[in-house]
Design a protein around this ligand. Structure first.
Ligand code: HEM
Length: 636
């Protein structure tokens, strides 16, 4: 008996060693055959065992002499792309390389030409949808599918993304930003010169973006604390600040909980989560149950509305579009593939998620960076004054103002935040599983094997000094200023030379906004070197909506207010009042140093943010003219 067990254990161990060695050999051969630079690792950073246990191994590896691990270990760390940017590519000495491990092999690139080829040739380089399993908890959707199924999801979802709805979004974003200001100033912005210290900016910008997409996308009226709940009982259910009867969470809480615990929810079935003796597990299960129930009822109401032939008068009515594609009489009778109820809910979920977290992160980081960079903030206010003067934001006209806003310091700041902190840090593609694909790289023809994983490393692409105009940093003395948030770089002249990409669009209309992501009056990056929204057929469907929300919010906030870092950690308000200019300058420098360090610790769980890690940058909104720090040109 014992010998049988020993034999079985020996066989399993032998098989594991054999698979490990043969897997590693095979992947190294594949990497070598491409002719691209490659690195070999005993463990692949994307492998499941490593992702689960890296926190045990990394400190142990660090016990070895630093020279052995310092550079090679970069790529094994989560968020290396954001935390170390160019460093690993510099160490490998190439803008593109292959990492071969025993159980996986991936091509990493920060080369704009390659990025463009891979984004535009959708069938040759489809999306690596296996990486999006996390977003399919309710069913398949436009983000998580490929091929013919994706076309069906895209066709149904894209029709709402037009300029009429962008204009509607502009108005709603103005209203929600006013709501946020009222909330910060406890109901009245009239006589107060400053808010209290705000520690919840990440949460509040999420709420701002959720309220906008909730209304524009789904016709829901989500509100700020202190605002009136809508009279319509159906709408009141989603906007309520306390859970309505039959629910244990508000709609916003259920979505927030779902996003906060998304990995737990994906890995552990709800029946188990519910019986686990941990608060976070029960909270995760409750969030999923509550959200699913809200959406089921919402779906049910929409189906009834569609059957009655009613249509929303304004807004994108994303749920209506989804429901009509399946339930409208004509669609119901046809034999074309249709979305199931769970796929409708899944698409609604993904639109809500994609439509709020990303945009919120950009507003959050832009506000922090404007507080860190008072001169840039003053320039932004000058542009807002020139565009709008004292006029009431409710009278601002979308068509007249959208291009001037995008061409102003507001556009420059948004671009700069998306360059430095792209919400989606890794854009995953794969070489078509059915055939090898040739690419042109640095003038050479390279053949990539079918099925190879590809990772486009957005933060590195955005900071690559070969493709971005740069100069030595005035602040740090480093040879490039690309690791610093400097919106003024967007006023540099656009270089005539391109990266010579010969990749062409396939000419098909995949819906959504067709124009450029950045203003023609600002610096135009080489194609493929600025991809916060990706590029080509699978690029972001909501990019116009996102940018419109952001320009509206920054316009409204900075017309009347400035944003400053709070310094409570070092000095009371009374102490600040008594300080000399020199002392205030030193104090603000300390706050800026801490703020920059905190922003540097952001991590990418779905999108780049603080991810509930307890980190925050404290700020205050101050009426213009009453600033303690940022209004003083001599100071900063
Ligand atoms: C600053 C804000 C935003 C950023 C940086 C951003 C970024 C991105 C990126 C990089 C992708 C491609 C992901 C990939 O290929 O793996 C994407 C896809 C997508 N985004 Fe956004 N996004 C933003 C806002 C929005 C908004 C507001 C919406 C909707 C209201 C939205 C809806 C979508 C959808 C539906 C897709 C999938 C498109 C497809 O695969 O056909 N996004 N986004």
């Amino acid at each position: 008996m014992v010998s049988t067990i020993l034999l079985a254990v020996g066989l399993v161990a032998g098989w594991m060693v054999y698979s490990y060695i043969s897997g590693l050999r095979r992947n190294v051969q594949i990497a070598r055959k491409t002719g691209l630079p490659y690195v070999v690792y005993a463990v692949h950073p994307h492998s499941f065992p490593w992702q689960l246990t890296f926190w045990i191994w990394l400190p142990l590896i660090k016990l070895l002499p630093k020279a052995w691990w310092e550079k090679p270990m970069i790529v094994l760390q989560p968020d290396w792309a954001y935390n170390t940017n160019q460093e690993y590519f510099d160490w490998v000495g190439s803008e593109t390389f292959i990492l071969a491990g025993p159980d996986d092999i991936t091509l990493f690139t920060e080369n704009p030409d390659l990025v463009t080829q891979m984004c535009l040739r959708r069938e040759a380089f489809p999306k690596d949808i296996a990486r999006y399993g996390v977003l399919t908890m309710f069913g398949q959707n436009v983000v998580s599918t490929e091929g013919a199924i994706w076309r069906m999801h895209r066709k149904v979802t894209s029709s709402s993304f037009n300029e009429k709805n962008a204009a509607h979004t502009f108005v709603e974003a103005i209203g929600q930003t006013k709501g946020m200001l009222q909330y910060y100033f406890n109901g009245t912005t009239e006589n107060k010169t400053s808010t209290k210290t705000i520690k919840s900016l990440e949460h509040d910008t999420m709420m701002w973006a959720l309220n906008i997409i909730g209304h524009v996308g789904f016709g829901l009226r989500l509100i700020w604390p202190g605002q009136k709940v809508p009279d319509d009982p159906k709408l009141a259910k989603y906007g309520a600040l306390d859970p309505p009867p039959g629910y244990t969470m508000t709609f916003a809480e259920s979505l927030g909980g779902l996003l906060h615990r998304i990995i737990t929810i994906l890995l552990v079935p709800n029946v188990i989560l519910k019986i686990l003796p941990f608060h976070f597990a029960r909270e995760a299960a409750a969030a999923k149950e509550n959200y699913y129930r809200y959406m089921k009822e919402f779906l049910h109401d929409k189906v009834e509305q569609v059957r009655r032939g009613d249509r929303e008068q304004e807004g994108m009515d994303i749920m209506g579009q989804l429901v009509r594609s399946t339930y409208e009489e004509k669609a119901a009778k046809s034999n074309t593939p249709k979305l199931t109820d769970d796929e409708i809910i899944s698409n609604a979920f993904i639109m809500t998620l994609a439509g709020h977290e990303t945009t919120a992160n950009i507003l959050h980081f832009t506000l922090i960076e404007l507080a860190n960079n008072p001169a840039s903030q003053r320039r932004l206010q000058k542009d807002v004054d020139a565009l709008f003067g004292d006029s009431d934001p409710s009278t601002w006209d979308y068509e007249k103002n959208v291009n001037p806003l995008l061409a102003s310091q507001i556009g420059a700041c948004i671009n700069e935040t998306m360059r430095m902190m792209p919400p989606v840090t890794a854009i995953p593609k794969i070489v078509s599983p059915t055939s090898d694909q040739a690419i042109t790289y640095e003038g050479r023809r390279i053949v990539l094997p079918a099925g190879l994983s590809i990772n486009m490393v957005a933060p590195a692409i955005h900071r690559n000094p070969r493709w971005w105009p740069t100069k030595p940093s005035e602040r740090t003395g480093r040879p490039t200023d690309l690791d610093e948030w400097i919106p003024e770089r967007w006023y540099r002249a656009t270089a005539k030379s391109s990266n010579g990409s010969d990749a062409a669009e396939d000419g098909e209309d995949y819906g959504g906004f067709q124009g450029s992501d950045t203003s023609a009056s600002l610096y135009r990056p080489v194609r493929g070197s600025f991809v916060p929204f990706s590029d080509g057929p699978r690029s972001c469907l909501g990019r116009r909506i996102a940018v419109v929300e952001l320009i509206a919010a920054l316009g409204v906030i900075f017309q009347k207010y400035s944003v400053e870092l709070a310094v409570d950690e070092w000095a009371t308000d009374e102490e600040v009042k008594g300080m000399s200019a020199e002392e205030r300058r030193a104090l603000y420098a300390k706050a800026r140093e801490k703020s920059r360090a905190t922003v540097g610790k952001a991590s990418a769980i779905i999108t780049l943010k603080f991810n509930g890690s307890g980190q925050y940058v404290p700020v205050r909104l101050v009426k213009r003219g009453s600033e303690r720090f940022v209004g003083d040109q001599e100071l900063v």
